[in-house]
Ligand binder design. Sequence first.
Ligand code: MG
Length: 383
Amino acid sequence: MGNITKRLAVLGSTGSIGQQTLDVIRALPHRFHIVGLAGGKNIDLLTKQIHEFKPRFVYCQDREALARLVNADYEFLTPEDIARHPQVDVVVIATSGRSGLSPTLAAVKAGKNVALANKESVVMAGEIITTEAKLNESQILPIDSEHSAIWQCLNGETQPAAQLILTASGGPFLHYSPAKLSEVTVEQALKHPSWQMGRRVTIDSATLMNKGFEVIEAHWLFDIPFDNIKVLIHPQSIIHSMVEFTDGSIKAQLSYPDMRLPIQYALTYPERLANPRLPRLDWSLINNLTFEHPDLNTFPCLKLAIEAGRKGGTYPAVLCAADEVAVELFLSQRIKFTEIANLIKQALELHQFIPYPTLDEIIAADAWARQKVLQLATGDNPC
Ligand code: MG
């Protein structure tokens, strides 16, 4: 089975995870064949990727512009149609934000294996996605480094985990006071100490909202109660997460912090392959591995997320959408860093909760939250 070429579709190929996925494919060219690529607005990069990988199926937001730039043979399909296409074996969902939800659902409903980097889809609709995946025998292969670590620790075990311990770097503002935090700039927030990531997830790491999303993601992917998921700050980002078992034994996964490793594990699972492009841990440079508890008062997003996850229903969708808009407002310098959490908190408080939502109700809650945060931020509230 080892040498069968897998046919991949990469949705979000021009983003950070998408580009790193293609870098893994370049290192292991005989293992994978790219049959589909979907990009957003970066048509120049998508054009280069199409010339290099020659996919059969392509999507981007500006179809006409793409047709002018690419004269190669391809079929233009929606991300959903690429995700469910019979010629695709594994779908890599590398988009960020809400746009990952619909193709993820299309892929699991078609019984595809889904290498999932888009945590928002599981946060918004974890119950629907995991239920559909079970029903259609679709396997969700986590790419998020923490969930990849947990998955690697659980592989080979026959009993469920007693506790998951998600590690967090703490971001660039670890140990900042609330006053100092209210003055940070976009440039400072975009400088993550250990990981190379897209802009949204980098800001989410700085507020710790990213870790909150990951707690919800872990709850759904590993079917474990919120009470049994713990977050530990580990600034070195060497241990990517840990699993504690019934007997008190703890397994951890360690590596140099590079997203290409969890991407590769998701794509080659259950095999492990040598990849010369991946940096190795250099123990002569590591003096210590430290841990501390997160400061939930200074970083309220983590608490907001865990509360929204516990309540369930439409709350996580509101959390996710409110965060996406609040982060955009911060990136465009229209609100302070500390306003991100305030806006999300207000949106959650004002939301009319639905306990067991349909997909349409989740999408409606998402749309409501986006509008509400914009209203709250501009002070233009007609209610
Ligand atoms: Mg992560």
